[in-house]
Design a protein around this ligand. Structure first.
Ligand SMILES: Cc1cc2nc3c(=O)[nH]c(=O)nc-3n(C[C@H](O)[C@H](O)[C@H](O)COP(=O)(O)OP(=O)(O)OC[C@H]3O[C@@H](n4cnc5c(N)ncnc54)[C@H](O)[C@@H]3O)c2cc1C
Length: 508
C-alpha cells in the first residue's frame, strides 16, 4: 500500500462497511432521498462477511421473548420488564421496514432471511424455576408477549424439546417458557439482499477498498483515504456525510475523525465459537431457540443457547456462542487492534476498564482455553446425550463492546448495548457495540438519521410513517396498532402460520 492515485470522488454520502448497518442506512436514505448519491467502501470481497454473516452471529431476531438477561429480578423480587419491552418494540420496527421492502418488491423471498421459530427459555433448579414463573407472569400479561406458555411438567417439556429432555435423569426441577412468534433471521442473506437492491439504485459498492483515514477538509466535507487493495493505490474520496459502519472496525475509524465525541471511548473485544451439529438425525429432533440463564457473574453474551437455524435453506443446529478473549476487532482483523486503539485521550478510561474487568477478562481467557471435550460437556447441560463426534467447532464473529466513562458506572465502564456516536453537526456518525445488534438495525439507523439529519425530519415524516407505520408511537400502549402491525408484518414476511396471537397460558 502506498502511492496516491488520482482516483477522487465527491458524493453526498459515504457508508463505510457493507454489513447490516450500512446496508440498512443506505436503504432507508435511498427511500427518503433517492437523488442523494451514495458510495459504500468495503474492505472484503463481498457484503455481510463479518459479524452480519450467518455463521458469525446467532441469528436470533432479538425481541426479548427468550433472553433472560433482558428481564432482571428487582431487590423486592418483582421482575423489571422495561428493557424487554424496549427490545421487543425495536424488533417490531425492523419487521415493519422489512415488510415495506417486501411489499414494494425491493427485496424478495423473505423466507430466505426470516423464518418463524419458537423462542424458549429453559432453567433448572428451584430458585431459577421460581424466577422463570414470575417472568412468565409478568410478560404474558403484556400485549407484546401474548402467546407465551410456561411448563414445569417434564411430559410437556418432552413434547417441546425432545432432544433436551432425552437422557435427562436429574430430579432437579426444570421449567421452560415457549412462544411461537419468535424468529430465526439470516442477517447475512438480508445484508446481501439490501446491498443488491442498493446496487440497482445506482449506489456504488466498492469492494476491496479499505478506509485508512478520515479527515475534515477546509470546506467542511470529510475526506477519506481509501486503499484500493487490487491496484495498491490510495484514493481520496469526499462526502458531506459519512457513516462508519465498520462493525468492530468502527472504533479506530471514529478515532481518526478526531471529533470530540470520539474521545475517552475504548473497545473491549470478545470472540466467539459455535458448536455445529453434523448429524442430521440430531438436527431433526430440535425445533426452537433455547436460551438458558447466565452463570452468576458471567456476562450476558456468554450464555450459550441451542438454536435451530435456517442457513442456505437448510435446517441446522448450533450451540453457542462460547465467548472468549481476543485482541482482534474484526474476525479478519489484526492482533494489534486492541493495543492500537489505546490513545492518550482514552488511556485512563481503558486502564480503569482493565482494572474493573479483571474477573471478566479471566473468565473470557478461561473460556478461550476450553478444549472441545469441555465445550461438549457444557452442551450436555442442554443435550445430555450429545456425542462429541456429532459436533464441529466453527469460529463466530468478533464483538467489540464499548468502554466509556459514565455517570453511574464511573471511569472505564463496559457497555453491553449498541451506541451511536455522532459529531455535533451530524456530518459523521459511527455505530459501536454489538448487542442486541442486527435485530435492531432499523431502529438504530433511524437514530442515526434523527441525530444527523434533524433539519429534514419534518419533510421525511410522511415517508417514514409509510415505511414504519408505528414511527413515533409506542406499540405497548396501542393495542389496536400492535395487533394490526403484528398481523400485517407476519403476513408480508411469511411468518403467518406460526403466529397464534392468544393470551399467555400456563400448561403446568
Ligand atoms: C457471536 C455473535 C453472535 C451474535 N448474535 C446475534 C443475534 O443472535 N442477533 C442479533 O441481532 N445480533 C447478533 N450479533 C450482533 C450482530 O451480528 C451485529 O450487531 C451486526 O452484524 C453488526 O453489523 P455491522 O454492519 O455493524 O458490522 P459488520 O457486519 O461486522 O460489518 C462491518 C463491515 O465493515 C467492514 N470494514 C471494517 N473496517 C473497514 C475499513 N476500514 N474499510 C472498509 N471496510 C471496513 C468489514 O469488513 C465488514 O464487512 C452477534 C454478534 C456476534 C459476534
Amino acid at each position: 500500500m502506498g502511492e496516491m492515485s488520482n482516483q477522487q470522488s465527491t458524493t453526498d454520502v459515504i457508508l463505510i462497511g457493507a454489513g447490516i448497518m450500512s446496508a440498512t442506512l443506505g436503504t432507508l436514505l435511498k427511500e427518503l432521498v433517492p437523488e442523494w448519491n451514495i458510495t459504500v467502501f468495503e474492505k472484503l470481497e463481498n457484503a455481510g462477511e463479518e459479524s452480519s454473516n450467518e455463521w458469525n452471529n446467532a441469528g436470533t431476531g432479538h425481541s426479548a421473548l427468550c433472553e433472560l438477561n433482558y428481564t432482571v429480578e428487582k431487590p423486592d423480587g418483582s421482575i423489571d420488564i422495561s428493557k424487554a419491552i424496549k427490545i421487543n418494540e425495536q424488533f417490531q420496527v425492523s419487521r415493519q421496514f422489512w415488510s415495506y421492502l417486501v411489499n414494494h418488491n425491493l427485496i424478495r423471498n423473505p423466507q430466505d432471511f426470516i423464518m418463524p421459530l419458537p423462542h424458549m427459555s429453559l432453567v433448572q433448579g428451584e430458585s431459577n424455576v421460581a424466577f422463570l414463573r414470575k417472568r412468565f407472569k409478568a410478560l404474558s400479561n403484556n400485549l407484546l408477549f401474548q402467546g407465551m406458555e410456561f411448563s414445569d411438567d417434564p411430559k410437556k417439556l418432552k413434547e417441546w424439546i425432545p432432544l433436551i429432555m432425552e437422557g435427562r435423569n436429574s430430579n432437579e426441577p426444570i421449567a421452560a417458557t415457549k412462544i411461537d412468534s419468535g424468529t430465526d433471521v439470516n442477517f447475512g442473506a438480508l445484508t446481501r439482499m439490501l446491498i443488491d437492491h442498493l446496487k440497482k439504485q445506482d449506489v456504488a459498492i466498492k469492494y476491496k477498498h479499505q478506509v485508512e483515514d478520515i479527515k475534515r477538509t477546509t470546506d467542511g466535507l470529510w475526506e477519506l483515504k481509501v486503499w484500493n487493495i487490487d491496484s495498491g493505490y490510495i484514493e481520496r474520496h469526499r462526502a458531506k456525510f459519512v457513516f462508519i459502519g465498520g462493525g468492530g472496525g468502527s472504533l479506530p475509524l471514529l478515532q481518526k475523525t478526531g471529533i470530540p465525541e470520539s474521545k475517552h471511548v475504548g473497545g473491549f473485544p470478545v470472540s466467539g465459537l459455535f458448536l455445529v451439529c453434523k448429524n442430521p438425525d440430531v438436527v431433526a429432533k430440535h425445533h426452537a431457540k433455547v436460551y438458558g440463564k447466565a452463570a452468576v457473574g458471567a456476562p450476558p453474551m456468554s450464555v450459550p443457547h441451542l438454536d435451530t437455524r435456517y442457513i442456505d435453506n437448510k435446517k441446522s443446529l448450533l450451540f453457542g456462542p462460547f465467548a472468549g478473549f481476543s485482541p482482534k476487532f474484526l474476525k479478519t482483523g489484526s492482533n494489534m487492534d486492541l493495543i492500537a486503539s489505546v490513545k492518550p485521550n482514552n488511556v485512563f478510561t481503558m486502564l480503569a476498564a482493565g482494572a474493573k474487568n479483571i474477573p471478566l477478562t479471566k473468565y473470557l481467557i478461561q473460556q478461550l482455553m476450553l478444549s472441545k471435550e469441555q465445550r461438549i460437556e457444557e452442551l450436555r447441560d442442554f443435550v445430555p446425550n450429545a456425542k462429541s463426534e456429532d459436533w464441529d467447532i466453527v469460529v463466530a464473529g468478533q464483538r467489540v463492546q464499548v468502554i466509556k466513562d459514565t455517570e453511574t458506572g464511573g471511569k472505564g465502564t463496559l457497555q453491553f448495548g449498541t451506541e451511536v456516536i455522532s459529531a455535533a453537526d451530524g456530518s459523521v456518525a459511527a455505530l459501536l457495540g454489538a448487542s442486541p445488534g442486527a435485530s435492531t438495525a432499523v431502529h438504530v439507523m433511524l437514530e442515526v438519521i434523527k441525530k444527523c439529519f434533524p433539519q429534514y425530519l419534518k419533510v421525511w415524516e410522511p415517508k417514514l410513517k409509510e415505511m414504519i407505520p408505528s414511527y413515533g408511537k409506542s406499540l405497548v400502549d396501542n393495542s389496536d396498532l400492535f395487533h394490526e402491525i403484528h398481523a400485517s408484518t407476519a403476513q408480508a414476511l411469511g411468518l403467518i402460520k406460526k403466529e397464534p396471537l392468544q393470551t399467555g397460558r400456563s400448561v403446568s
